[in-house]
Design a protein around this ligand. Structure first.
Ligand SMILES: [Zn+2]
Length: 164
């Protein structure tokens, strides 16, 4: 790398960096918005309607290995994304999880939880994945993404939020 060139933001072999590359190429269908610190995507387990994942733009394997300012910005943006999701789906409770055991690139799961869920007192991961992985029908998926984008646009004035 020549001096003065920007640091690479994606790392070969990282599954989350691969998703970020697809977002940048315009080929990731569940992309919702690009914020200053992260990308917001719709999660693939819509049993928890409104479930989104925030992917840090910086490839870091741990929060404490991120530059402090970057991790604070990510936290501030996560808080507002949670507020935006809640405005759409009105959850009983919002769960925030930063795990990274499967994909060690900092990302936050924002999981709306509902009173109708008999397993609501525990983390979602106790439920079999086959039950969690609810795929919305296309019209519903687009409508949900559209509603979240409207709420994000009201909170992030400098974000890249595609129309619709
Ligand atoms: Zn990565």
């Amino acid at each position: 790398m020549t001096s003065g060139s920007p640091a690479p933001t994606t790392k070969p072999g990282c599954g989350i960096c691969a998703i970020i590359d697809r977002i940048k190429a315009g080929s990731f269908r569940d992309f919702i918005a690009e914020l200053n610190s992260c990308y917001v995507i719709l999660g693939d387990q819509q049993l928890y309607r409104g479930y989104c994942v925030l992917l840090a733009k910086i490839h870091a394997t741990e929060l404490y290995l991120m530059p402090a300012d970057s991790s604070r910005l990510l936290f501030d943006e996560m808080r507002l994304v949670a507020d935006a999701i809640a405005a759409v789906v009105k959850p009983w409770k919002m769960n925030y999880e930063c795990l990274g055991n499967s994909e060690p690139h900092v990302h936050w799961h924002l999981l709306p939880r509902y009173e109708t869920d008999e397993m609501r007192r525990g983390p979602i991961w106790l439920r079999p994945e086959s039950e969690r992985k609810v795929i919305l029908d296309e019209n519903d998926r687009r409508a949900l993404i559209g509603s979240i984008r409207i709420q994000l646009a009201a909170r992030f004035h400098d974000a890249r939020i595609p129309p619709g």
